[in-house]
Write a protein that binds this ligand. Structure first.
Ligand SMILES: Cc1cc2nc3c(=O)[nH]c(=O)nc-3n(C[C@H](O)[C@H](O)[C@H](O)COP(=O)(O)O)c2cc1C
Length: 159
C-alpha cells in the first residue's frame, strides 16, 4: 500500500479535533493537536489516544503518566494550528489554560475535556496507542465542535 495514497484515502474520515496536554517536571507543560481520540469504555472509564512514538508528546506522557484531552470548538482553529506546528515558542500562549487534578492543562472554554492517568500503552507501528483512565471530566462550553476533514478545518453544527 502506497502511504501517500493511504493518507489521501484516510483524509476522507471526518473527526473532531483535540489538544492533548501533559505536565512536565519543574512546572512545565506540553501539548499537541490530535484527531485520534476515542471513547473506549464506561466501566471503568477509559479513553484512547494514538501518538507518534518518537514525538515529544509521547515521551512526555510516558514520563508524567498523565494527560488531558481538550475537545476544541469551531472557534479554536488558531489553537489547533498552533499545537500542530513544529514547536517554536510557547504553544500555550493562545487560549485560557487551567490546571486539572492530574496537573495537565485544560482549556477554560473547551467544548469538553477529560483528565486521565495512563492505564496502558500499546506499540502500533510508528505510533503508540495510549489508554487513559478518566479521573475528571467537564463540559465548560456548549459550542459547535471543530471538525477536521480532507486536511482542512470545518465548523461543526451548533447544538
Ligand atoms: C487535525 C490534526 C490532527 C492530528 N492528529 C494527530 C494524532 O492523532 N496523533 C499524532 O501523533 N499526531 C497528530 N497530529 C500531528 C501533531 O499535532 C504534530 O505532529 C505535532 O507537531 C506533534 O507535536 P510534538 O512533536 O510536540 O509531540 C495531528 C495534526 C493535526 C493538524
Amino acid at each position: 500500500m502506497d502511504s501517500q495514497y493511504l493518507r489521501t484515502v484516510l483524509a476522507q474520515w471526518a473527526s473532531g479535533v483535540v489538544v492533548i496536554t501533559t505536565p512536565a517536571a519543574g512546572g512545565g507543560r506540553h501539548g499537541m493537536t490530535a484527531s485520534s481520540f476515542t471513547s473506549v469504555a464506561l466501566d471503568p472509564p477509559l479513553v484512547s489516544i494514538c501518538v507518534v512514538s518518537q514525538g515529544t508528546t509521547c515521551r512526555m506522557i510516558h514520563d508524567s503518566g498523565v494527560f488531558a484531552v481538550n475537545m476544541l470548538g469551531s472557534d479554536h482553529q488558531e489553537i489547533g494550528r498552533r499545537f500542530s506546528a513544529p514547536a517554536s515558542g510557547d504553544r500555550f500562549a493562545t487560549g485560557r489554560w487551567q490546571t486539572a487534578a492530574t496537573g495537565a492543562a485544560v482549556l477554560a472554554d473547551a467544548v469538553a475535556w477529560v483528565d486521565c492517568v495512563v492505564a496502558a500503552c500499546y506499540p502500533a507501528g510508528d505510533h503508540t496507542i495510549i489508554l487513559g483512565l478518566v479521573q475528571d471530566a467537564a463540559t465548560p462550553r456548549p459550542a459547535a465542535p471543530l471538525i477536521y476533514h480532507d486536511r482542512c478545518y470545518h465548523e461543526g453544527i451548533a447544538r
